[in-house]
Ligand binder design. Structure first.
Ligand code: NAG
Ligand code: NAG
Length: 309
Protein backbone atom coordinates (compact mmCIF):
# COMPACT_ATOMS: atom_id res chain seq x y z
CA UNK A 1 0.00 0.00 0.00
CA UNK A 2 1.12 3.58 -0.63
CA UNK A 3 0.76 5.37 2.69
CA UNK A 4 0.97 9.07 3.44
CA UNK A 5 2.18 9.84 6.98
CA UNK A 6 1.64 13.38 8.27
CA UNK A 7 3.51 14.66 11.30
CA UNK A 8 5.38 17.74 12.44
CA UNK A 9 8.87 16.78 11.41
CA UNK A 10 11.25 19.29 12.93
CA UNK A 11 14.57 17.41 12.94
CA UNK A 12 15.62 15.52 16.08
CA UNK A 13 12.40 16.20 17.97
CA UNK A 14 10.38 13.46 19.61
CA UNK A 15 7.63 13.57 16.98
CA UNK A 16 10.06 13.18 14.09
CA UNK A 17 11.76 10.24 15.75
CA UNK A 18 8.47 8.49 16.55
CA UNK A 19 7.15 9.02 13.03
CA UNK A 20 10.32 7.67 11.42
CA UNK A 21 10.22 4.60 13.63
CA UNK A 22 6.59 3.83 12.76
CA UNK A 23 7.34 4.38 9.08
CA UNK A 24 10.13 1.80 9.33
CA UNK A 25 7.69 -0.69 10.91
CA UNK A 26 5.34 -0.32 7.94
CA UNK A 27 8.01 -0.43 5.27
CA UNK A 28 9.38 -3.61 6.85
CA UNK A 29 6.28 -5.46 5.62
CA UNK A 30 6.43 -4.02 2.12
CA UNK A 31 4.30 -0.86 2.31
CA UNK A 32 5.60 2.42 0.93
CA UNK A 33 5.27 5.10 3.58
CA UNK A 34 6.05 8.74 2.82
CA UNK A 35 6.56 11.09 5.72
CA UNK A 36 5.36 14.64 5.06
CA UNK A 37 5.59 17.64 7.35
CA UNK A 38 2.09 18.75 8.35
CA UNK A 39 3.34 22.34 8.60
CA UNK A 40 4.08 22.37 4.86
CA UNK A 41 0.37 22.37 4.01
CA UNK A 42 -1.73 25.49 4.19
CA UNK A 43 -5.02 23.73 3.47
CA UNK A 44 -6.53 20.32 2.90
CA UNK A 45 -6.99 21.22 -0.79
CA UNK A 46 -3.22 21.39 -1.11
CA UNK A 47 -3.03 17.98 0.49
CA UNK A 48 -5.71 16.59 -1.88
CA UNK A 49 -3.50 17.42 -4.85
CA UNK A 50 -0.59 15.62 -3.30
CA UNK A 51 -2.71 12.55 -2.51
CA UNK A 52 -3.85 12.47 -6.14
CA UNK A 53 -0.43 13.08 -7.64
CA UNK A 54 1.33 10.51 -5.48
CA UNK A 55 -1.53 7.99 -5.62
CA UNK A 56 -1.67 7.51 -1.86
CA UNK A 57 -4.11 4.80 -0.83
CA UNK A 58 -4.20 5.38 2.92
CA UNK A 59 -2.89 7.82 5.49
CA UNK A 60 -1.68 8.16 9.05
CA UNK A 61 -1.37 11.30 11.11
CA UNK A 62 0.59 11.85 14.29
CA UNK A 63 -1.38 14.46 16.29
CA UNK A 64 -5.14 14.64 15.98
CA UNK A 65 -5.13 18.37 15.26
CA UNK A 66 -1.90 19.25 13.46
CA UNK A 67 -1.92 16.24 11.15
CA UNK A 68 -5.46 14.94 11.53
CA UNK A 69 -7.36 18.04 10.49
CA UNK A 70 -5.72 17.95 7.06
CA UNK A 71 -7.05 14.45 6.46
CA UNK A 72 -10.64 15.37 7.17
CA UNK A 73 -12.77 14.84 4.06
CA UNK A 74 -9.98 13.31 1.98
CA UNK A 75 -11.01 10.26 0.03
CA UNK A 76 -8.59 7.83 1.56
CA UNK A 77 -8.98 5.84 4.80
CA UNK A 78 -6.76 6.95 7.64
CA UNK A 79 -5.67 6.26 11.19
CA UNK A 80 -4.57 8.66 13.92
CA UNK A 81 -1.83 8.53 16.52
CA UNK A 82 -2.48 10.93 19.39
CA UNK A 83 0.42 13.29 19.96
CA UNK A 84 -0.29 14.25 23.56
CA UNK A 85 -0.69 18.01 23.24
CA UNK A 86 -3.74 17.42 21.02
CA UNK A 87 -5.59 15.86 23.97
CA UNK A 88 -3.90 17.88 26.74
CA UNK A 89 -3.83 21.34 25.18
CA UNK A 90 -5.77 21.69 21.94
CA UNK A 91 -9.01 20.38 23.45
CA UNK A 92 -9.12 23.61 25.50
CA UNK A 93 -9.95 25.52 22.32
CA UNK A 94 -13.59 25.01 21.32
CA UNK A 95 -13.03 25.14 17.58
CA UNK A 96 -10.02 22.84 17.58
CA UNK A 97 -11.85 20.42 19.83
CA UNK A 98 -14.77 20.25 17.43
CA UNK A 99 -12.50 19.68 14.45
CA UNK A 100 -10.64 16.94 16.28
CA UNK A 101 -13.93 15.22 17.16
CA UNK A 102 -14.93 15.17 13.49
CA UNK A 103 -11.52 13.85 12.44
CA UNK A 104 -11.74 11.09 15.03
CA UNK A 105 -15.17 10.12 13.77
CA UNK A 106 -13.78 9.66 10.27
CA UNK A 107 -10.65 7.80 11.38
CA UNK A 108 -10.67 4.01 11.18
CA UNK A 109 -8.55 3.74 14.33
CA UNK A 110 -6.63 5.85 16.80
CA UNK A 111 -3.60 4.99 18.89
CA UNK A 112 -2.92 6.37 22.37
CA UNK A 113 0.50 5.93 23.99
CA UNK A 114 -1.03 5.40 27.43
CA UNK A 115 -4.21 4.19 29.14
CA UNK A 116 -4.76 7.65 30.64
CA UNK A 117 -4.49 9.32 27.24
CA UNK A 118 -7.09 6.89 25.91
CA UNK A 119 -9.41 7.62 28.83
CA UNK A 120 -9.06 11.36 28.37
CA UNK A 121 -9.91 11.05 24.68
CA UNK A 122 -12.95 8.85 25.42
CA UNK A 123 -14.21 11.33 28.00
CA UNK A 124 -14.26 14.03 25.36
CA UNK A 125 -15.37 11.89 22.42
CA UNK A 126 -17.38 8.89 23.67
CA UNK A 127 -18.22 8.06 20.03
CA UNK A 128 -14.65 6.81 19.57
CA UNK A 129 -15.28 3.83 21.84
CA UNK A 130 -13.88 0.64 20.37
CA UNK A 131 -11.64 2.57 18.02
CA UNK A 132 -8.82 3.61 20.32
CA UNK A 133 -5.91 1.23 20.85
CA UNK A 134 -3.09 1.59 23.32
CA UNK A 135 0.46 1.18 22.14
CA UNK A 136 3.34 2.54 24.15
CA UNK A 137 6.21 4.09 22.28
CA UNK A 138 8.73 1.44 21.27
CA UNK A 139 12.31 2.18 22.22
CA UNK A 140 15.44 1.12 20.41
CA UNK A 141 18.88 2.59 20.93
CA UNK A 142 22.01 2.21 18.86
CA UNK A 143 25.01 4.16 20.21
CA UNK A 144 27.59 5.21 17.63
CA UNK A 145 30.53 2.96 18.46
CA UNK A 146 32.98 5.10 16.50
CA UNK A 147 31.92 8.33 18.21
CA UNK A 148 34.76 10.85 18.39
CA UNK A 149 35.23 11.53 22.11
CA UNK A 150 38.12 13.95 21.61
CA UNK A 151 36.08 16.61 19.90
CA UNK A 152 33.27 16.11 22.40
CA UNK A 153 35.40 16.43 25.54
CA UNK A 154 37.66 19.22 24.31
CA UNK A 155 34.68 21.43 23.74
CA UNK A 156 33.33 20.81 27.23
CA UNK A 157 33.99 23.31 30.02
CA UNK A 158 34.90 21.49 33.17
CA UNK A 159 33.34 22.34 36.42
CA UNK A 160 35.70 24.40 38.61
CA UNK A 161 35.18 22.73 41.95
CA UNK A 162 34.33 19.21 40.93
CA UNK A 163 36.16 18.57 37.71
CA UNK A 164 34.49 15.19 37.41
CA UNK A 165 30.98 16.55 37.34
CA UNK A 166 29.62 18.47 34.43
CA UNK A 167 26.28 18.88 32.79
CA UNK A 168 25.66 18.69 29.08
CA UNK A 169 22.44 20.05 27.61
CA UNK A 170 21.73 18.58 24.19
CA UNK A 171 18.97 19.28 21.74
CA UNK A 172 17.56 21.39 18.95
CA UNK A 173 16.90 25.09 19.45
CA UNK A 174 13.15 25.23 19.03
CA UNK A 175 12.04 28.42 20.75
CA UNK A 176 14.41 31.37 20.00
CA UNK A 177 13.48 33.40 23.08
CA UNK A 178 13.89 30.47 25.43
CA UNK A 179 17.14 29.49 23.70
CA UNK A 180 18.74 32.89 24.23
CA UNK A 181 17.68 32.85 27.87
CA UNK A 182 19.28 29.43 28.32
CA UNK A 183 22.45 30.55 26.53
CA UNK A 184 22.96 33.59 28.70
CA UNK A 185 22.46 31.55 31.88
CA UNK A 186 24.79 28.79 30.74
CA UNK A 187 27.51 31.35 29.98
CA UNK A 188 27.56 32.25 33.66
CA UNK A 189 27.51 28.65 34.88
CA UNK A 190 30.83 26.83 35.03
CA UNK A 191 30.66 23.18 34.07
CA UNK A 192 27.49 23.44 32.05
CA UNK A 193 27.89 22.87 28.36
CA UNK A 194 25.29 23.53 25.71
CA UNK A 195 25.33 21.43 22.55
CA UNK A 196 23.03 21.68 19.59
CA UNK A 197 21.18 18.84 17.97
CA UNK A 198 23.15 15.83 16.81
CA UNK A 199 22.54 12.44 15.19
CA UNK A 200 20.70 10.05 17.50
CA UNK A 201 23.51 7.51 17.36
CA UNK A 202 25.98 10.13 18.63
CA UNK A 203 23.57 11.23 21.34
CA UNK A 204 23.14 7.64 22.47
CA UNK A 205 26.92 7.21 22.59
CA UNK A 206 27.15 10.25 24.87
CA UNK A 207 24.25 9.17 27.08
CA UNK A 208 25.72 5.70 27.47
CA UNK A 209 28.87 7.32 28.90
CA UNK A 210 27.13 9.72 31.25
CA UNK A 211 26.66 9.02 34.92
CA UNK A 212 22.99 10.01 34.80
CA UNK A 213 20.36 11.58 32.58
CA UNK A 214 18.41 14.51 34.04
CA UNK A 215 14.97 15.67 32.98
CA UNK A 216 13.94 18.87 34.75
CA UNK A 217 11.09 19.68 32.40
CA UNK A 218 7.85 21.17 33.70
CA UNK A 219 5.94 20.37 30.52
CA UNK A 220 3.54 17.56 29.68
CA UNK A 221 4.55 14.65 27.56
CA UNK A 222 6.33 11.34 27.55
CA UNK A 223 10.07 11.54 27.45
CA UNK A 224 11.68 9.25 24.90
CA UNK A 225 15.03 10.53 26.22
CA UNK A 226 14.28 9.02 29.63
CA UNK A 227 13.22 5.70 28.12
CA UNK A 228 16.32 5.64 25.94
CA UNK A 229 18.51 6.29 28.98
CA UNK A 230 16.85 3.32 30.71
CA UNK A 231 17.47 1.20 27.63
CA UNK A 232 21.13 2.29 27.66
CA UNK A 233 21.36 1.38 31.37
CA UNK A 234 22.00 4.90 32.59
CA UNK A 235 20.20 6.08 35.76
CA UNK A 236 17.54 8.76 35.41
CA UNK A 237 16.90 11.78 37.66
CA UNK A 238 13.61 13.36 36.66
CA UNK A 239 11.35 16.11 37.88
CA UNK A 240 8.22 14.77 39.52
CA UNK A 241 5.59 15.77 36.95
CA UNK A 242 2.83 13.47 35.65
CA UNK A 243 4.58 12.64 32.33
CA UNK A 244 7.76 11.62 34.11
CA UNK A 245 6.08 9.92 37.07
CA UNK A 246 4.24 7.70 34.58
CA UNK A 247 7.52 6.09 33.51
CA UNK A 248 9.86 6.73 36.44
CA UNK A 249 8.93 4.99 39.70
CA UNK A 250 10.90 6.65 42.49
CA UNK A 251 13.74 4.43 43.76
CA UNK A 252 12.70 1.72 41.33
CA UNK A 253 13.28 2.78 37.74
CA UNK A 254 14.83 6.14 38.60
CA UNK A 255 14.82 9.00 41.08
CA UNK A 256 12.28 11.83 41.17
CA UNK A 257 12.73 15.34 42.56
CA UNK A 258 10.35 18.26 43.01
CA UNK A 259 12.69 21.19 43.65
CA UNK A 260 16.40 22.07 43.25
CA UNK A 261 17.39 21.11 46.82
CA UNK A 262 15.81 17.72 46.37
CA UNK A 263 17.61 17.30 43.06
CA UNK A 264 20.98 17.87 44.76
CA UNK A 265 20.03 15.46 47.54
CA UNK A 266 18.95 12.71 45.11
CA UNK A 267 21.97 13.26 42.86
CA UNK A 268 24.36 12.91 45.82
CA UNK A 269 22.54 9.80 46.92
CA UNK A 270 22.97 8.28 43.49
CA UNK A 271 26.69 9.10 43.48
CA UNK A 272 27.24 7.61 46.93
CA UNK A 273 25.10 4.49 46.68
CA UNK A 274 26.30 2.14 43.92
CA UNK A 275 23.82 -0.54 45.03
CA UNK A 276 20.91 1.84 44.49
CA UNK A 277 22.33 2.81 41.11
CA UNK A 278 22.61 -0.82 40.05
CA UNK A 279 19.06 -1.55 41.18
CA UNK A 280 17.64 1.43 39.27
CA UNK A 281 19.51 0.58 36.12
CA UNK A 282 18.38 -3.05 36.18
CA UNK A 283 14.72 -2.21 36.83
CA UNK A 284 14.75 0.57 34.22
CA UNK A 285 16.06 -1.76 31.56
CA UNK A 286 13.44 -4.38 32.49
CA UNK A 287 10.69 -1.78 32.31
CA UNK A 288 11.64 -0.61 28.83
CA UNK A 289 11.99 -4.17 27.63
CA UNK A 290 8.55 -5.20 28.85
CA UNK A 291 6.49 -2.01 28.41
CA UNK A 292 8.17 -0.19 25.53
CA UNK A 293 9.05 -3.08 23.31
CA UNK A 294 10.04 -2.03 19.83
CA UNK A 295 8.94 -5.45 18.52
CA UNK A 296 5.46 -5.14 20.05
CA UNK A 297 5.06 -1.66 18.60
CA UNK A 298 6.02 -3.02 15.19
CA UNK A 299 3.41 -5.82 15.43
CA UNK A 300 0.68 -3.41 16.53
CA UNK A 301 1.13 -0.97 13.65
CA UNK A 302 1.50 -3.70 11.07
CA UNK A 303 -1.81 -5.18 12.29
CA UNK A 304 -3.63 -1.84 12.51
CA UNK A 305 -2.66 -1.05 8.94
CA UNK A 306 -4.95 -3.86 7.79
CA UNK A 307 -7.86 -1.67 8.88
CA UNK A 308 -6.93 0.77 6.13
CA UNK A 309 -7.05 -1.79 3.31
C1 NAG B 1 29.68 8.19 14.35
O1 NAG B 1 30.83 8.90 14.73
C2 NAG B 1 31.76 9.15 13.70
C3 NAG B 1 33.01 9.78 14.29
O2 NAG B 1 32.70 10.93 15.05
C4 NAG B 1 31.10 10.01 12.62
O3 NAG B 1 31.99 10.22 11.54
C5 NAG B 1 29.84 9.32 12.11
O4 NAG B 1 29.15 10.15 11.21
C6 NAG B 1 28.92 8.94 13.27
N1 NAG B 1 27.81 8.13 12.77
C7 NAG B 1 26.53 8.40 13.01
C8 NAG B 1 25.55 7.44 12.44
O5 NAG B 1 26.15 9.35 13.67
C1 NAG C 1 11.30 15.72 29.84
O1 NAG C 1 10.07 15.19 30.28
C2 NAG C 1 8.91 15.78 29.74
C3 NAG C 1 7.74 15.11 30.40
O2 NAG C 1 7.84 13.71 30.41
C4 NAG C 1 8.91 15.65 28.23
O3 NAG C 1 7.80 16.30 27.67
C5 NAG C 1 10.20 16.24 27.65
O4 NAG C 1 10.26 15.98 26.27
C6 NAG C 1 11.41 15.62 28.33
N1 NAG C 1 12.62 16.24 27.81
C7 NAG C 1 13.73 15.55 27.69
C8 NAG C 1 14.90 16.29 27.11
O5 NAG C 1 13.83 14.38 28.04
Amino acid sequence: MRILFLAVLRAHTGNAVTAARIRDHLEAVGHTCNLKDALDFESSTELSSLICAEKFEAALALHLYRGGRLLQGQRIPFGIIFGGTDINEDTKHGEKKQTMGAVLEEARFAVAFTESMKEMALNIWPHAKGKIYIQNQGISTMPNITFNWNTFLQSAEWHQEEPNVYMVIVGPEVDPVFTSEVKSRVKRAAGVQLMGEMPREDLHAIVKNCFAVVNSSISEGMSAAILEAMDLEVPVLARNIPGNAAIVKHEETGLLFSHPQEFIQQAKRLVNDPALEKEIVTKGKEYVRSCHSWKLERDTYQNLLRKLQ
